[in-house]
Design a protein around this ligand. Structure first.
Ligand SMILES: Nc1ncnc2c1ncn2[C@@H]1O[C@H](COP(=O)(O)OP(=O)(O)OP(=O)(O)O)[C@@H](O)[C@H]1O
Length: 535
């Protein structure tokens, strides 16, 4: 039994406490509760002396404490969906260490800790400001700095004079307007978001709080996300017009033309050197059109001969979606004749068709015409709706943004952080003469990235074009004197295989540069790689 004398003295004291107190005997019967306890639980429970605690609070932990004889401190106890208490429960023992009851001490969860007085709150706030990763500065109404934290010192030291003035102006704007003012600053490596807020006390402007947030990572992650989405779209053949990176008016014109053409049902012919984005454009046209949920099929005359034959011999009405027929000059004259018939047949019923044909060529059709390997009527038919994708040499302003885009892509692939291309490297990339355009640019950057040290964030001239030095080294062939009894064609093929293999190895597997070094088109190289099983 709980000693009555202690009981009466303690109970009087308990009534003065802000904390709630509930006392149960060793059977769990309530023998005391103070007013604070009654008030704290009244929303949900009605405490009563001489009632068993579980009959009042079914999920009470008091019986557990009586049983385990162990104290439980600061346990959360929900008294409604939104309110909860912090409860500490203590077993009460007599001199022989026998359990005589248990006491629960209830605190409102939001109850202020006693040490949290005004002075300490100020100290706490200062501590938070000092330790915060966000940069803060507080200035008075004259613009004089009252306090700034170490993060602010750190961030402000990376901005140049002009940007520093913008930071000050941002505060001045607050003094003039008494409203929040926000700007974004981009340094070489950082993206900073700066926000100033007026401090108004009793209606008077007393100063300004300026917060600088380092958004570099967020901006980078956003870009990375966009990039990843674009890569996925690329993998899924799901390009959109927005995926094209360009600044040049030529490309702008080409994209506008493509959008217009996509809205019609005409056969579209895309002209442009290797790697200018013909496939990407064809795919974007498909995804822009009403056929976007239907199939997009790519046919290469050499690699997909069977599909080509099937397409040329089947009525267009049997197809749904888009067929992208590339390298049209690879078609024999007979195949061209069939294609021409198809185009004419298609022209008659095009309005009803849920099928679109897009044709492309990296080779100028005029050259094939002059060489007599291309039908003039087919040429005329194709040129009716044609879109020209200019090579990088005709749109040098696209090279830098494209390079940055490819760098981001390569960063992702190789877990790097190369954020910039220095001026010398930019100029070199712009003046380089590309044979496979974006494809080659990407390949050059791919090689360059490998040469950039892990901690470096800027791609420099020294990282580019090392292949030139290597190209001068003669490629050693194996001794083939034993092969003299083989036909010449086989020997030539053997040599060709060795040369391709060695060049490819020297250029670290870069197919575009290998093709350039050997004077082959990338397509042709791929064809030979297939042929010699070098993939
Ligand atoms: N303007 C651009 N913006 C972004 N990526 C581009 C752009 N142009 C080309 N690329 C990229 O360059 C690569 C080559 O493009 P694509 O395959 O469409 O060229 P192509 O003209 O069809 O080449 P080929 O004649 O060899 O078939 C692809 O990875 C493509 O995503």
């Amino acid at each position: 039994m709980i000693d009555r004398t202690i009981q009466s003295t303690s109970y009087t004291l308990f009534d003065e406490l802000k904390e709630g107190i509930i006392l149960v005997d060793n059977h769990g019967v309530i023998c005391y509760f103070n007013q604070s306890a009654e008030r704290m639980v009244q929303k949900q429970y009605h405490l009563q002396i001489d009632q068993h605690i579980l009959s009042i609070i079914p999920n009470s932990g008091m019986m557990r404490v009586l049983h385990t004889k162990r104290k439980e401190e600061q346990k959360m106890f929900a008294i409604s969906d939104t309110d909860y208490l912090l409860i500490s429960r203590y077993p009460l023992k007599d001199k022989e260490n026998q359990i005589i009851g248990a006491v629960a001490v209830l605190q409102e969860a939001s109850q202020k800790r006693e040490w949290l007085d005004d002075d300490n709150i100020q100290m706490l706030l200062m501590l938070i400001l000092q330790k915060s990763a966000e940069a803060y500065v507080i200035v008075d109404e004259q613009g004089l700095v009252i306090m700034q934290n170490p993060s602010y010192d750190g961030l402000i030291s990376v901005v140049d004079q002009e940007q520093h003035e913008s930071v000050i102006k941002n505060r001045e704007e607050v003094f003039q307007t008494r409203r929040d003012a926000e700007i974004t600053l981009n340094t070489d490596t950082l993206c900073l978001s700066i926000k100033s807020t007026p401090i108004i006390v009793d209606g008077k402007l007393k100063g300004c709080l300026q917060i600088i947030k380092n958004k570099t990572e967020t901006v980078y992650l956003k870009k990375e996300l966009q990039q990843t989405k674009a890569i996925i779209r690329g993998l899924e053949h799901n390009y959109q017009f927005d995926d094209f990176i360009y600044q040049s008016p030529f490309m702008k014109f080409a994209i506008e033309q493509a959008k217009l053409a996509a809205a019609t049902k005409r056969v579209i012919f895309i002209r442009g050197e290797e790697g200018t984005g013909k496939f990407m454009l064809a795919n974007a046209i498909h995804n822009w059109s009403e056929n976007k949920f239907k199939l997009f099929k790519r046919i290469h005359p050499k690699r997909n001969q069977a599909q080509l034959n099937k397409f040329l011999s089947t009525n267009c009405t049997k197809y749904k979606g888009t067929i992208y027929l590339e390298n049209v000059t690879y078609l024999s004259i007979d195949e061209q004749t069939l294609l021409l018939e198809k185009l004419r047949e298609f022209g008659k019923g095009e309005k009803q068709a849920s099928f679109r044909l897009i044709i492309s060529s990296p080779i100028k059709l005029e050259k094939a015409l002059i060489a007599g390997v291309f039908l003039e009527e087919l040429y005329d038919e194709l040129m009716k709706t044609n879109i020209y994708l200019p090579p990088l040499s005709e749109r040098k302003e696209d090279i830098y943004p494209l390079s940055k885009y490819f760098l981001m892509e390569l960063n992702q692939e190789s877990d790097r952080w190369i954020q910039e291309i220095d001026l010398e490297a930019q100029k070199a990339l712009e003046s380089y003469s590309y044979t496979s355009n974006a494809l080659e640019l990407k390949a050059i950057l791919q090689l360059a990235v490998v040469r950039v040290q892990e901690e470096e964030t800027v791609l420099k001239l020294e990282h580019l074009f090392h292949s030139g030095e290597k190209k001068e080294q003669p490629i050693e062939l194996e001794d083939t004197t034993d092969d003299v009894d083989q036909p010449l064609s086989e020997l030539v093929e053997k040599y060709e295989k060795v040369i391709i293999e060695k060049t490819l190895r020297k250029l670290e597997g870069n197919k575009t540069l290998t093709a350039k070094t050997l004077g082959l088109s990338v397509r042709n190289l791929y064809y030979k790689l297939d042929k010699y099983h070098l993939n």
